[in-house]
Design a protein around this ligand. Sequence first.
Ligand SMILES: *Cc1c(COP(=O)(O)O)cnc(C)c1O
Length: 421
Amino acid sequence: MPRTDEVLADPRLVEAVTRVGRPAVKAAVAAAQQRARAGEIAPEAVADTAVAALPARGSSLNPVVNATGVLLHTNLGRAPLSAAAVEAVVAAAGPTDVELDLTSGRRTGRGLGMVEALAAAVPDAEAVHVVNNGAAALVLAATALAMGREIVISRGELVEIGDGFRLPDLLTSTGATLREVGTTNRTALADYTAAVGPETGFVLKVHPSNFVVTGFTADVPIEELATLQAPVVADIGSGLLTPHPLLPDEPDAAGTLRAGADLVIASGDKLLGGPQCGIIAGRADLVHRLRRHPLARALRVGKLTIAALEATLRVPPTPTARALATGRAELRARAEALAATLRAQGVEAQAVDSEATVGGGGAPGVPIASAAVRLPESYAERLRHAPHPVMTRVTNGACLVDLLAVPPTADTRIVDAVTAC
Ligand SMILES: *Cc1c(COP(=O)(O)O)cnc(C)c1O
């Protein structure tokens, strides 16, 4: 049995220590030695086996192909970054001028280029601010504008956003009180009017981004809320900056501000197609109060997010926008080509039309025309275990490799993964 220090001296393992860390390398060597002792591999094969078993990188996060047909999958990190955003993140990884003006050598505001790009992308806003995520934006607004006061909100908009987190709990955790108005299915302007008074911090309108209520329903549009004697904060969720033709019921920042909202709040990693962050846009005096509140410092975004958001905004289209614009004909052609390639390798594969969704990021219940490669159901699990995992969807006893959220450049990864299993 080769000694541990001898195996660790293998140049490939010496190099791996700088890439994945010593404990991971030692664990791989120990596992290989164990296998040699058990007679599963030859003692001379210990180093090769350890090298083959090394993790790919220092982080345990694995890149996967999103072939689920859920465009913004929360469990898969929501929106994928554009190539321009990835390049910006890599460039910002070292020391950067995030709070420095290289011309004067003086300190500046943080991420001014990002703020400028966001302001240009939301021209209806007098000012903008960016925090860690949509939930942080809500917490900041509630703390700065309604601590010890009331947030007036419809009972139809007391939403659970996922993983057991509920907006009402989030809002009251700031010391604000909720003044619930209306009912689950119907709320009228008169309900708001009766509730708004000297105790009101703001009126909050929350977009139902992950559920649909149908039937005998009514809610109050922003235009009417804007007539109340209180600021109106609109949580639009998805981060659409302008209307999207495929998603007519999804509110957008421009339309919401023009309708009279004083502040709009949205996520950066949903339909905006950028990094995780929370966007706040609207009236200059309110944005300023939020930006200068002590809590803002605890919710600020890192330089990697600043870099990614600016590049996302300055270099359209995002992969998310591109996916939405693709159209079934093109997806179907790719599915046909993939299925033919796989059939030629003896895989039972067939191109089919499918219905994808936007997912946790918005547009609940809206089907998006897509296409998929249908494989036997057992492929779903095997593809998840492939060296480059492909996440699919199981429907009616079949594994669907849905192409909506798969960039065309990843089609070869699907072929490789299917072939490998
Ligand atoms: C997604 C969402 C949130 C939470 O935003 P995060 O960026 O996930 O923190 C809040 N409100 C609405 C309406 C949402 O859709």
